[in-house]
Structure formats: C-alpha cells, structure tokens
Write a protein that binds this ligand. Sequence first.
Ligand code: CU
Length: 166
Amino acid sequence: MPKFELILPRGLAGLALSVMLAPLPATAQVVTITDPWVRGTVAEQKVTGAFMTLTAPSESRLVEVRSPVAGTVEIHEMKMDGNVMRMRPIRSLELPPGKAVELKPGGYHVMLMDLKKPLNAGDVVPLTLTVEGPGSKRQTVNVDVPVRALNAAAGSGAKPATEHKH
Ligand SMILES: [Cu+2]
C-alpha cells in the first residue's frame, strides 16, 4: 500500500500502522469506478462517450484517460453557451474526497475520438484513467468498460452503485 508511505507526523506512526492493517478494497487507494459504460456506435461514427461514477477517497482529480480503441481521448464538460448546450474539453475533473462524481450523458463525460472501429453492444473497451491525488501523486487505474447499445437510455447510468470494479 504505497499510499501510506507518504509523510506522516511521528505521532501518527501508530495510527498509520492500524490503517495499514485495515482491509481495504484495492480501488479505495485511488478511485472507485461504478457502473461504467460506453455508448455503442454505427459504422463510420468516429466519436462516442464513456460514462461512469467516480469516487475518490481523498482530494483528487482525473487528469487523463486513454484507450486503445480511440486515437484521442478527452475529458469533456457540458456548458450553456447562450441557449445552446455545448461540450468542451477540460484539463482535469475535480474529485472531492468521498463525493461521487457522475459522468453521464448531458454532463461530464469521457470523449472517445478517432475511433479505430465501430463499438457494438457487448464489446468491452479498456480505459486507463490517470488520477492525481494528494501531493500531485499520479496513479493509473485500468477498467474494462462494457459497450451499451447506441440508443441506450440516458438514465441507464443511474443504477444504484452496486457494481464495483476491482
Ligand atoms: Cu464530448
């Protein structure tokens, strides 16, 4: 558990030890990814979105996402521009400690661009997320994300947080 090798005041050494002995889910160290999915595409479609809920245990930010299926991957936000909702890339997505941050259609999302082939329901898309935690320490998390049908309802990402990726 490299996370706890960080600078701790001497008085906290005992506390740190008890923390290290506590059983922790593997993903608790960086970020918990719940209910990830990618929207399927039709032939010739070069862009689609990936959605999920991210919960980081400590102040963190999502700084990069990569995938072998896409030439370029960006983190996007949706913003009103006059009366029009537009998406635009952001450098990073803040993950406040313990707070579930939802990436969903119409909100924050991961944009997969320059797709190398169509993505069909049932396919699995590997994503590598880079999360910057306390002390600007960066760690990567790999997650295999299922593809849902192109017309998957926007609300389908709203399932209770029961699927934990380890
Ligand atoms: Cu986008």
